[in-house]
Design a protein around this ligand. Structure first.
Ligand code: GTP
Ligand code: MG
Length: 433
């Protein structure tokens, strides 16, 4: 943690902001945010009560806004727009006039207004429920915010929710208008006509704009299908350039069965597999490949991989393909590797050279320069081949060791410190290498 010694209060502020962030991530899955406990900090300077309370309140408020990981699994079921319309029309048509009205014209306009009002409500209420029950983006866990941004596109989620809300408001306003017109009818015939016109208008409106609801339904389907991540289960994340053999290894190591193809970016999302060791369950994540380029140039698939690395606590298995088969040059893989080590090097980390069957020199040796990287990969890397099974048993063994190590690392941390954030290991002095 950094301290700003020049200003007494600022030391506390820096500590607060860090501990609070850790607190949120650690217990995020269970939705238990023990921010208050963390706010004692370890500052040697005690700020004024008022100021500290205000800062604490602001921070807690911020934290409490976050949802659990797993929000996508509790999204409401959205009905297709044509089903909402059919059901609303059927229910509205069953509404009768208020009892005891003898005058025919009065009775008919009462029935018409009530039916149009019922139709408006039957159409608008489900939409209001959707808008209210879909979590707002900023209240989601940062990992889920990234999933939304990089899977649906920036702003798409909010845009669709806004469209549904706008649609709801139009239905309410036009429905009220139609009911009011019908209620002013002076004859039975006019009331019947107004009722029929009102129904047609509402039906047409819903048919023309129902796409907003169907878009929301598709978004809910996409999000619900995202793999469920448990922040407290130790995880191994396979990373590397595209087409290097990450998914092939995930298939061998875990229950995950991602698609394997001989072209880049076959894996188009974060996929999960599981491994059980001594009754203990672990997660393995397959990720889209990363190219050697600046973050500004990255596509959404690459951004998804970086988001998973940043927000999920995980050990890293970096896959290197030195065979020239994957489409990313070995030099570029070397640069990518160095960049990732720099960014995420405080995680438990293992290097695997894939496609050993295609390499002439497949011995592991202690070389670190680029030229030697081209021959054998980073120091200590394991050479494996899924074609010949070379190194696979050793790989499984190593993966188990790393996951058990990740488990004890997780257990040794105070609950509120469990996070993928890179400053945590540093904060508690835990380094893999
Ligand atoms: N010869 C050989 N080919 C392999 C080996 N491992 C994977 N491959 C092939 O490499 C290609 C890419 O494998 P994937 O597992 O899809 O690679 P990936 O890194 O997941 O690719 P993306 O999802 O596109 O990033 C496939 O054609 C695999 O059959 C290996 O050990 N030896
Ligand atoms: Mg893949």
């Amino acid at each position: 943690m950094q301290a700003l010694p020049t200003h007494p209060g600022s030391t506390f502020l820096m500590n607060v902001s860090n501990t609070v962030r850790l607190a949120f991530c650690g217990k995020a899955r269970k939705g238990i945010y023990v921010a208050g406990a963390e706010l004692s900090g370890n500052s040697s300077v005690i700020p004024t009560k008022e100021k500290s309370h205000r800062v604490a309140d602001e921070k807690i408020e911020k934290i409490l806004k976050y949802q659990n990981v797993g929000a996508f699994q509790s999204l409401p079921m959205v009905m297709p727009s044509k089903d909402i319309l059919c059901s609303a029309m059927r229910k509205a048509k069953m509404v009768g006039p208020t009892k005891g009205i003898i005058n025919l014209a009065k009775r008919e306009r009462n029935r018409g207004a009530k039916q149009l009002d019922a139709l408006m409500k039957e159409l608008a209420v489900p939409l209001r429920n959707y808008v209210e029950r879909f979590p707002s983006n900023q209240n989601l866990h940062p990992y889920e915010q990234s999933l939304i941004e990089f899977t649906l596109g920036k702003g798409k989620y909010e845009e669709v929710l806004q469209a549904v809300d706008l649609f709801r408001r139009r239905i309410t306003s036009i429905g009220k208008q139609q009911a009011s017109v019908c209620a002013k009818s002076i004859s039975k015939r006019e009331a019947e006509q107004r009722l029929s016109e009102g129904f047609s208008k509402m039906e047409e409106l819903f048919q023309n704009n129902g796409r907003a609801v169907d878009n929301l339904l598709n978004i809910a389907k996409t999000l619900r299908a995202m793999p469920v991540v448990d922040l407290e289960t130790p995880t191994l994340c396979l990373v590397g350039a595209p087409n290097v053999g990450k998914s092939s290894l995930v298939r061998i190591l875990s229950t995950g069965k991602p698609e394997v193809c001989n072209y880049p970016f076959t894996t188009r999302g974060i996929l999960m597999g599981h491994i059980t060791i001594n009754y203990e369950r672990f997660q393995v994540t397959d990720t889209p490949g990363l190219l050697r380029r600046s973050d500004g140039e990255r596509n959404n698939l690459e951004k998804l991989t970086l988001a998973a690395l940043s927000h999920l606590p995980s050990a890293v298995l970096f896959v290197h393909d030195l065979s020239g088969d994957c489409g990313t040059s070995v030099s570029d893989q070397f640069l990518l590797y160095n960049e990732m080590r720099e960014r995420f090097g405080n995680r438990l980390w293992m290097d695997v050279v894939s496609k050993a069957d295609l390499l002439s020199n497949s011995s592991s040796a202690s070389y670190t320069t680029e030229n030697n990287y081209k021959l054998v990969g980073p120091e200590g890397s394991l050479h494996v081949s899924i074609k010949t099974n070379q190194g696979i048993n050793e790989l499984k063994q190593k993966v188990h060791e790393v996951l058990l190590c990740e488990l004890s690392k997780t257990k040794s941390m105070p609950p509120n410190y469990r996070d993928g954030g890179d400053d945590i290991s540093e904060a508690i002095g835990l380094h893999s290498r």
